[in-house]
Design a protein around this ligand. Structure first.
Ligand code: FO1
Length: 315
């Protein structure tokens, strides 16, 4: 079994490659829920949904979130009714949030709801929310702390970032399913997701780092930063605020002590010695996932790195 720590769009695309190389049932995606947000009385879990929709083949491909060819009749009416509709929710996407909210109100766990959605939508990998407890990522700005979605979507990541806070993280616990996946995994892959607010949230859950260390499997991360810039999203100001360089070396610094191997892009080849000096092995490859072939190739290289590391045959 392969476990993958996952955020949203980058992770979903990486997982599309993984399922070309490993049977989907052998893959457990452990997904960040710190981005979850409540709007219009509905519980929205963007990263879980992005992974589900992408692997089920119904994602809107350009933006990387929402359902392909979705309509916006509900949002248009909400707007007419005077509701602030800064977060774009399509009609089919809303159906998922309505079901999730109803099931939560009836007492279901986010983990079982994700499993139900996975089965209904036809997602090949197991999708495990990192926790069933409420965790909310807040971005600390000069105007105060704001929810991550407010920072990213409503305010378009324009605020100065002073820091990051994961509300509720001390009381939250990884689920039994997450701990079992980590214990059983022959390799742990860290998808090319934001190391601060996607993977960082999962790692901040009490017990996760200890579970990874205790399992002793090879841990291989793929850098989401290529040539000094993230492929997508607001990683740069968030990494900078946490004192990390915005580079593949900064990603290595984020994951120091946790990962065995970092997969970096050809463009960052020159950073290899500095990363190796942190005690992290380096694999250099093309990490830009343009299409299915590149996604599969990146997954293969990452899994091979894990196998080589476990066998002590790292090239
Ligand atoms: N991102 C945006 O930039 N604008 C949106 O209006 C927006 C709506 C949205 C609706 C459902 C969903 O699952 C995701 C959505 N996202 C939107 C993406 C999302 O907020 C972020 O990309 C992730 O939270 C980052 O991992």
């Amino acid at each position: 079994m392969i476990a993958v720590l996952a955020g949203g769009v980058g992770a979903a695309r990486f997982l599309e490659g993984v399922v070309q190389v490993v049977p989907g049932d052998d893959v457990a995606a452990i997904v960040n829920t710190g981005d979850d947000v409540q709007l219009h009385g509905l519980m929205i879990s963007p990263d879980v949904d992005i992974v589900l929709y992408t692997l089920a083949g119904i994602i809107e491909p350009t933006q990387g979130w929402g359902v392909r060819d979705d309509t916006t009749a509900v949002l248009t009416m909400l707007q007419r009714l005077g509701v602030d509709t800064w977060f774009k929710l399509g009609d089919q996407d809303l159906a998922v949030h309505i079901l999730r909210t109803a099931l939560l109100r009836a007492g279901a766990r986010p983990t079982t709801i994700a499993a139900q959605l996975r089965a209904a939508l036809g997602c090949p990998v197991r999708v495990l929310p990192m926790t069933d407890d409420a965790v909310a990522t807040h971005i600390i700005t000069p105007d105060g702390a704001i929810h991550f979605q407010e920072y990213l979507v409503r305010r378009r990541a324009r605020d100065t970032v002073l820091g990051v806070a994961f509300h509720g993280i001390e009381q939250a616990r990884p689920t039994a399913e997450v701990l079992a996946a980590l214990a059983d995994a022959e390799a742990l892959l860290i998808a090319p997701s934001n190391p601060v607010v996607s993977v960082g949230t999962i790692l901040a859950l009490p017990g996760v780092r200890a579970a990874i260390a205790g399992a002793g499997m090879p841990v291989v991360a793929v850098s989401p930063i290529v040539a000094g810039a993230p492929i997508k999203g607001p990683a740069a100001p968030l990494m900078h605020a946490q004192g990390f360089a915005v580079s593949a070396l900064g990603v290595a610094q984020c994951y120091r002590g946790l990962i065995d191997v970092l997969v970096i892009d050809d463009a960052d080849r020159a950073l290899r010695p500095a990363i190796e000096a942190l005690g992290i092995a380096v694999v250099v490859t093309d990490t830009i996932m343009r299409g299915p072939a590149e996604k599969a190739a990146l997954a293969r290289v990452t899994l091979d790195a894990a196998r080589h590391h476990a066998a002590g045959t790292h090239p």
